[in-house]
Design a protein around this ligand. Sequence first.
Ligand SMILES: [Zn+2]
Length: 384
Amino acid sequence: MQIYPQKRGTKDFLTRQVDEARIPHAQLFLGLEGSGSLAVALAYISYIFCEDRQNGDSCGVCKSCNLSHRFIHPDFHLTFPVIKKDGLKREETTSNAFVADWRKLILENPYVNIFDWTVAMGGDSKPNINTRECNEIIQKLGMQAFSDGPKVMMIWLPEYLGKEGNRLLKLIEEPTDDTYLILVSEDQNRILPTILSRCQLVKVEMFSDEDITGMLQKKGANDQESIAEIVRLSAGNMSKALRLYNGTDQLFSDLLFAWLRAAYKGDAAETGQTVVQMTSMATDQQLQFLEYGLHFLREFVFWKTTGMTPRMSNTEIETSTKLSAILELSKIESIAEILETMIYAISRNANPKVLWMADTLAIGDILKNKVNNYVEKFNFAYQN
Ligand SMILES: [Zn+2]
């Protein structure tokens, strides 16, 4: 069982439960995005299945380890949010349709988030866990175990479970022997309260700087300066560290620059092209980009007002320098307000094409000083 050193307290607590045969029936592993809560839960599940536990670690070589380390143990059931699968109706699509893709992705990188997962499914819609899935969970846990051991159902991101999740309450309240439900969540506030109150909570802390450094070195990073930069920018978030290492955030920085420049120039063809680029991203990716934009603006203001080093990569500082000419501090608040409104609208399924086009034009107006704020308008009217 591989759990990072700073997760030691969590690990001891979890392995002791298994060793002393008092595993809670329903547990919720809770850790922010990038905390590795999924990796911890998976290691814990392997430990439960292992036939030859070694002092707090699964042996890694027994038949059960062999299967559970590849997430194919027949008594290990998996549920996660999905989108519609080609050839199936949305309400018919459950985790079964995507389980091979999930295993492949998680074997490569257990620190992925919902955005990475949506992209891996080839999706452009918001994933969720539907009613049929809930019925399948109940059915799977009602079956006889294949081997003569425990049965485990892991639900990754139960925050994507709507009211239909209440179907699971009976399962949680009236457990069958040697059956365990493990929920792995990034956002406690979005979980059904009825489910939350019935689970034992396991909190997973963020990673230490040493852990992030270790992982980057394992991935082949050897330039000390760029390692230190990623450690500083990721602030304990392993997903973000890997995204920075793979260059995904650099992509957002380039895209943000292209977008603001198109808005400023107001050239119809270029604006149209940028809008197509934005709307061709999955919904979650659009939201992630807008969140990135807000983060960028905050750091930009911090940099401009204090002159201190922002939490920005060298590329982002270059982008900021280029944007300085058109992005005056007085305009940033209005632009940030637009980004926040867009996040709100997109997460509630507004028409993305109309939204991106209208807001690109609105940002263009702000950048070109075509709009004054209300106070200026009021003062002008008053003075005249
Ligand atoms: Zn084993």
